[in-house]
Design a binder for this molecule. Structure first.
Ligand SMILES: *[C@@H]1O[C@H](CO)[C@@H](O)[C@H](O)[C@H]1NC(C)=O
Ligand SMILES: *[C@@H]1O[C@H](CO)[C@@H](O)[C@H](O)[C@H]1NC(C)=O
Ligand SMILES: *[C@@H]1O[C@H](CO)[C@@H](O)[C@H](O)[C@H]1NC(C)=O
Length: 434
């Protein structure tokens, strides 16, 4: 498939999302939320582009930089690594090495759906999780899962071939994460690492920990930020609408021979600058994002949002999107559903097998949020009940905290990261006294 078509699709994706806006704002509830978004932000419409200051120490240009460039720009050391998965995918891994070896465990950060390693850097020094960990002397590793803009290489397959795109987050958990974890442990000589995942970054973890249980021992502790395992009670109207048309979309994509969903393009930052003016807190980008993750205008930074649109969407496979849609429909955490006949061939059963959560032994802390429109709190609680080792549950103490706030909010540090830091310190102490 040509790059041109991909670009067209990515723009189509954006515009098809736009289509839903006028419809959705007529619905009761949603319209009210959006109006609230506008008024709660105050009216900045009179301010010019350059009057908009960020709460964070960042600037708009950050949206055009790649992960290693971003890290170097803010004065941190950076290394680029590659891990090769057992099925040949080459996974890009970026490291912020510590200046001195202070801590026993390296930390692996894994991003969410349609996102990338940059998500842990967007709100800049003193706020983004990756920098804060580096400031505290941790050895920070950022993975980019297969198919996103940073990880499109394969030992045999070209990313232009349909075979390349025949994967979901199942393969990310089964193949990519083990190869990344092996690389980090080999490079650092550590026995174990700490894992922090956001959204799909947790999905892949739960796949790994249940289907390759030997990897549980290699994780000292797992921090799950909004775990995407059970996805019921979806509140996002945009996502609910996409789910309704998912079969039609799949047929359309099949017909057009499209296997990649919302690939990254250099133009998306330009488009967002055009369509989503910084001085309009009710702009299209903000509305689309708020309708997907849940609105939290007070904790949202306009400059950071524009930087975000420069980075995300960052690409995914169509199959990966379908697999998530299947989780929503079935309410179960299980492997890809190929339909009765093909399931029987593949899995020797007409139903896809469920992931065996009972096999997960990694100690865990789960963060979840009330205003998360994608992962309702009930899902996090259900997951906790099914894990054999009781996780520490932490409901974020801000009722408006949403799905994206885990990486983007002005209070992400105060609400979530500080907790992780003190927990890391406590566990290190406990480990030394053992
Ligand atoms: C970093 O953030 C903390 C807590 O929000 C604040 O007290 C401190 O002044 C900030 N430091 C810098 C250099 O911005
Ligand atoms: C099921 O298998 C058939 C034959 O191999 C194939 O043509 C079809 O696309 C498969 N269906 C799905 C949903 O994968
Ligand atoms: C799930 O994992 C548990 C713990 O390892 C094991 O005892 C059980 O047999 C597994 N169940 C299945 C269906 O594989």
């Amino acid at each position: 498939m040509s790059r041109g078509i991909e670009r067209t699709i990515s723009i189509c994706g954006l515009f098809s999302s736009l289509l839903v806006l006028p419809v959705a704002s007529i619905l009761p509830g949603v319209g009210a939320d959006l109006r609230m978004t506008n008024s709660a932000m105050g009216d900045h419409r009179t301010g010019g582009y350059n009057d908009i200051k960020s709460y964070f120490a960042i600037d708009l240009e950050d949206g055009a930089l790649r992960t290693p460039e971003l890290i170097a720009k803010y004065g941190y050391p950076v290394e680029s690594h590659e891990a090769t998965s057992a099925d040949g995918y080459i996974i890009s891994v970026t490291r912020i090495p510590p200046r001195k070896q202070l801590h026993p465990w390296p930390i692996l950060l894994v991003h969410g759906l349609l996102a990338s390693s940059a998500d842990f850097l967007i709100i800049g020094p003193n706020n983004s999780l990756a920098y804060l960990l580096a400031d505290r002397g941790y050895d920070v590793w950022l993975a980019d899962m297969r198919g996103n803009r940073y990880s499109q290489k394969h030992t045999r397959l070209s990313s232009d071939s349909p075979e390349y795109w025949d994967f979901t987050w199942h393969e990310m958990g089964y193949y990519d994460l083990p190869s990344v974890i092996d690389l980090i442990l080999r490079r650092t000589g550590a026995q174990q690492l700490n894992y922090i995942g956001h959204s799909q970054g947790t999905t892949a973890f739960y796949v790994m920990a249940s289907s390759r249980p030997e990897y549980n021992e290699r994780i000292a502790h797992m921090y799950a930020l909004s775990p995407a395992v059970f996805i019921s009670h979806l509140r996002s109207p945009l996502t609910r609408w996409l789910l309704r048309i998912v079969d039609a979309l799949k047929d359309l994509f099949d017909t057009l021979g499209i296997h990649q969903f919302l690939p990254h393009s250099a133009g998306q930052l330009q488009i967002s600058k055009m369509l989503c003016p910084l001085n309009d807190p009710g702009n299209l980008c903000i509305q689309i994002v708020s309708m997907t993750v849940g609105p939290n205008p007070k904790m949202m930074d306009m400059v950071a949002m524009q930087v975000l649109v420069g980075h995300d969407p960052s690409g995914a496979s169509v199959k990966q999107m379908l697999h998530f849609a299947q989780l929503v429909r079935s309410g179960k955490f299980r492997q890809f559903d190929y339909g009765r006949r093909n399931n029987t061939e593949r899995y020797s059963h007409w139903k896809p097998p469920a992931y065996n959560l009972s096999a997960i032994t990694t100690p865990m802390t789960i963060f979840y949020a009330r205003n998360d429109w994608l992962i309702d709190p009930r899902n996090a609680l259900r997951l906790a009940r099914l894990l054999p080792k009781e996780p520490t549950m932490h409901l974020v103490e801000d009722d408006n905290f949403n799905h994206l706030d885990f990486t983007m909010a002005k209070n992400a540090r105060a609400m979530v990261y500080e907790r992780i830091f003190s927990d890391l310190v406590d566990r290190e102490k406990a480990d030394r006294n053992r």
